[in-house]
Ligand binder design. Structure first.
Ligand code: C2E
Ligand code: CA
Ligand code: CA
Length: 603
C-alpha cells in the first residue's frame, strides 16, 4: 500500500473507531460487514445470544419494520429511514431509565447499506423533563392572570401549617380577596372588561404583596399570591415577623383595589372585600383554612364590602345558618311561606294616610316569622331575589287595587315597594314591573319603587336603568337617605321623586340639634329639586312634631302604625280614615294610631 494511502486509511479507521456515533455497513439483507465500537456497544444489549451478525435480526424486537423497508427500497441509493427512535428496556435495576436510540439507514449501493445509531437518551430525558415541567406549570398556573392557582395555595398553606406545628412562634396568614359585586360588573360591562379588570386586580395584589416582602422573618420571601378562579384571589403570607402586620397589608389592599381601573374607554370602579385567617384561629387542614378565610370574606361583604374581616369561629355557625336559610328560602318561594305586610305612610300635615310600604315577611315552619334582614341579602347573593321581588311586587299591586276597590276614599293612594340592588341587574326587571301593573290594572303613577341610596349613587348603568323604570310612569324614592354615599350636593343627579330620611336621623331629631339641621337641609334641598320627603321610623309624638315643623311632607313609623298583614292593615286603614273624618280639619295632625293597633304587630 502506498504510504500516503496507508496513512489515510489509518486515520479513517481511527476516526471510525473513535466516533461517538455508531456506524455500520451491511449487505442488503442486513448482514453486518463493518461495524465500529460505538455501534457494537449500543446494539449489544439487543444482540441475540450476544452475537451481532445481522442488523435486522438485532433490531427486530424494537424496529421490526426495518427489514421490509430496506427490501422495498428499489432505487440503488437513498435514505431508507431517518432518525427512527427505538426504546430499549433496561435490564438494570427496576426503575432504571430506558435507553433511546436513533437509527438511520441509507442505501449506499445496490449491494450495501449504511446504518448509523445514535444514543439520544439524555436529550429525550431532557425533553420529557421540559414537557413535564410545562404541564406542571400549566396545572399550577391560572391562565388569565399567570398567578399560581388553588393547588399551589393549598400546598403553601400545608407548608405553613407544618411549620407552625414545629415552631410555636411561627406566624402566617391567609387572605381571601374578592371583588365586590363582580358579577354585576361582568354582566353590565361585558366579559372582556371583566377579564381585564381581574388582570389589573391581580397586578395590584402582586404589587402590594411584593412591597410587603419585608414582613417576613426569613430572608427568602414566603409570600404567595394566587387566583382560585372567578374573582377569588388568595394571598398566603408565611413566616411573618408579627401577625399584627397583616392588618396593614389587608388595609393597603383594600385602599389600592378601590382606586379606579382604566379599561379601554371605561373608568371602572370596583372594591374588594378580604377575609383573613391568622394562625391563632387556625383549625383543621389547608382546605378548611381556605374555607374559613372565605367565610370571613363573606362576612366582610355582608357588613358593607370594601373592608377586611378577621375570621372568628362563630362566623362558621353564622355561615351554616345562612346556608340553611338559603335552602329553606328556595322552598319558601316555591310554597306559600312568604307574605307581605303593609306599613302606613302618613301626611304629617293633616294626618291622612296617603300610602303604604310593602315589606316582605317569611313564615318559617320552625323559626316563626323571619324578618327580611335575615334573608334579603341571602336572596340577593343566591339570585333568588328576582323571584322574591316579583312576588312582593305582584302581591302588593294586587292588594293596592283591592283596597282601591273595597275602601274607596279610605284606600291609600300610593304603594311603595322596595327594590333590591340585585334586582336592578336583572334584565327582565322592567318587563316584570310592567307586567305586575298590567295584570292588576294598576295606575303606574300609584306605584313607587324604593331604592337604597348607595345603589342609586353608583354608576351610569344604574342611572340609565332607573330612567327606564321611570318611563313606565311610576315614581322612585331614595331609601335610607343619609346612610349611603350620595350627599345633598349630588341629589340633583339622581332621578328620584322622593327622599326617605333614614331612621338614624329621625330618632335623634329631638335630642340633637346637629341632626335637626341635617334634616332641615335635606328637606330644603329636596324641595328645591321638586322632590318630596318622608321621615322613616317615627316612634314618638315629639319626633313627629319636629319633623312636621321642619316641613317634612310625610312620616312613617311605629307611632302611626307598625307593618301589618293585609287583613289587619285593611282594618287599620278603615279606622284611621274614620278617625280622620271625626276630627275637625283644624285639629288634624299626624297622630298616633290607637294603642290596640299599635300592639298588633306581627313579628
Ligand atoms: P326599609 O325599606 O328601610 O324598611 C323600613 C324598616 O324599618 C322596616 O323593617 C320597618 O319594619 C322598620 N320600621 C318602620 N317603622 C319603624 C319604627 O318606627 N321603628 C323601628 N325601629 N323600625 C321601624 P323591616 O320590615 O324589618 O325591613 C327591613 C329592611 O328589609 C327594609 O328596610 C328593606 O330594606 C328590606 N326589605 C323589606 N321588605 C323588602 C322587600 O320586599 N324587598 C326588598 N328588596 N327589601 C325589603
Ligand atoms: Ca324602604
Ligand atoms: Ca328605609
Amino acid at each position: 500500500m502506498n504510504p500516503d494511502v496507508a496513512a489515510a486509511h489509518e486515520a479513517l479507521m481511527h476516526f471510525l473507531y473513535q466516533a461517538p456515533i455508531g456506524l455500520m455497513q451491511t449487505t442488503l439483507e442486513g448482514t453486518i460487514t463493518m461495524i465500529n465500537p460505538m455501534s457494537a456497544r449500543l446494539l449489544m444489549p439487543l444482540a441475540p445470544g450476544g452475537e451481532l451478525v445481522n442488523l435486522f435480526d438485532a433490531l427486530a424486537p424494537v424496529a421490526p419494520q426495518l427489514r421490509e423497508l430496506a427490501a422495498a427500497h428499489d432505487s440503488p441509493s437513498g435514505v431508507i429511514c431517518e432518525a427512527l427512535r427505538v426504546s430499549i428496556r433496561p435490564d438494570g435495576p427496576p426503575g432504571a431509565l430506558s435507553q433511546t436510540l436513533e437509527i438511520s439507514l441509507l442505501k449506499i449501493s445496490d449491494s450495501a447499506l449504511m446504518a448509523s445509531v445514535n444514543d439520544v437518551t439524555a436529550s429525550v430525558h431532557l425533553e420529557q423533563q421540559r414537557l413535564t415541567s410545562h404541564l406542571r406549570n400549566v396545572s399550577r398556573t391560572d391562565s388569565l392572570t399567570s398567578m399560581p392557582n388553588r393547588a399551589v395555595v393549598l400546598e403553601r398553606i400545608e407548608h405553613a401549617l407544618a411549620a407552625a406545628r414545629l415552631d410555636s412562634h411561627y406566624e402566617f396568614a391567609v387572605l381571601f380577596v374578592n371583588c365586590d359585586r363582580f358579577h354585576r360588573l361582568n354582566v353590565t360591562l361585558g366579559h372582556a372588561v371583566g377579564d381585564a379588570l381581574l388582570r389589573l386586580m391581580a397586578g395590584r395584589i402582586n404589587t402590594i404583596v411584593r412591597l410587603s416582602d419585608a414582613l417576613g422573618r426569613a430572608a427568602a420571601p414566603g409570600q404567595t399570591t394566587a387566583r382560585l378562579g372567578g374573582d377569588e384571589f388568595v394571598i398566603v403570607l408565611e413566616d411573618l415577623r408579627s401577625a399584627d402586620d397583616v392588618h396593614g397589608v389587608a388595609q393597603r389592599l383594600i385602599d389600592v383595589m378601590a382606586k379606579p381601573y382604566g379599561i379601554g374607554d371605561h373608568q371602572v370602579h370596583a372594591t374588594a372585600s378580604i377575609g383573613v385567617v391568622l394562625r391563632a384561629q387556625v383549625a383543621g387542614d389547608a382546605d378548611s383554612v381556605l374555607q374559613d378565610a372565605s367565610i370571613a370574606m363573606r362576612e366582610a361583604k355582608r357588613t358593607g364590602g370594601a373592608r377586611y374581616c378577621v375570621f372568628e369561629p362563630q362566623m362558621k355557625e353564622l355561615a351554616a345558618r345562612r346556608g340553611s336559610i338559603e335552602s329553606d328560602l328556595r322552598r319558601a318561594l316555591a310554597g306559600d311561606e312568604l307574605f307581605v305586610v303593609y306599613q302606613p305612610i302618613i301626611k304629617l300635615d293633616g294626618g291622612d294616610c296617603v300610602g303604604t310600604e310593602a315589606l316582605v315577611r317569611w313564615r318559617h315552619p320552625q323559626r316563626g316569622v323571619v324578618p327580611p334582614i335575615e334573608f334579603i341579602e341571602i336572596a340577593e347573593e343566591t339570585g333568588l331575589i328576582g323571584q322574591l321581588g316579583d312576588f312582593v311586587l305582584n302581591e302588593s299591586c294586587r292588594q293596592f287595587v283591592q283596597w282601591q276597590d273595597a275602601l274607596g276614599g279610605s284606600a291609600p293612594v300610593m304603594m311603595s315597594v322596595n327594590l333590591s340592588r340585585a334586582q336592578l341587574g336583572e334584565p327582565q326587571l322592567e318587563a316584570n314591573v310592567r307586567n305586575a301593573l298590567q295584570t292588576n290594572r294598576m295606575d303606574p303613577g300609584c306605584l313607587q319603587l324604593e331604592i337604597t341610596e348607595s345603589l342609586a349613587a353608583q354608576d351610569a348603568h344604574v342611572q340609565a336603568r332607573l330612567h327606564d323604570l321611570k318611563k313606565l310612569g311610576l315614581t322612585l324614592a331614595l331609601d335610607d337617605f343619609g346612610t349611603g354615599y350620595s350627599s345633598l350636593a349630588s341629589l340633583h343627579l339622581l332621578p328620584v321623586d322622593v327622599v326617605k330620611i333614614d331612621r338614624s336621623f329621625v330618632s335623634q331629631a329631638e335630642s340633637s340639634a346637629h341632626h335637626r339641621v341635617l334634616i332641615e337641609a335635606t328637606v330644603r334641598v329636596a324641595r328645591s329639586l321638586g322632590m318630596g320627603t318622608v321621615a322613616e321610623g317615627i316612634e314618638t309624638e315629639g319626633q313627629a312634631a319636629v319633623l312636621a315643623r321642619l316641613q317634612c311632607d310625610k312620616g312613617q313609623g311605629y307611632l302611626f302604625g307598625k307593618p301589618l298583614p293585609a287583613d289587619l292593615a285593611t282594618r287599620w286603614l278603615t279606622q284611621h280614615a274614620k278617625a280622620q273624618l271625626r276630627t275637625p280639619a283644624d285639629d288634624r295632625h299626624a297622630r298616633p294610631a290607637p294603642i290596640e293597633q299599635r300592639l298588633q304587630y306581627l313579628q
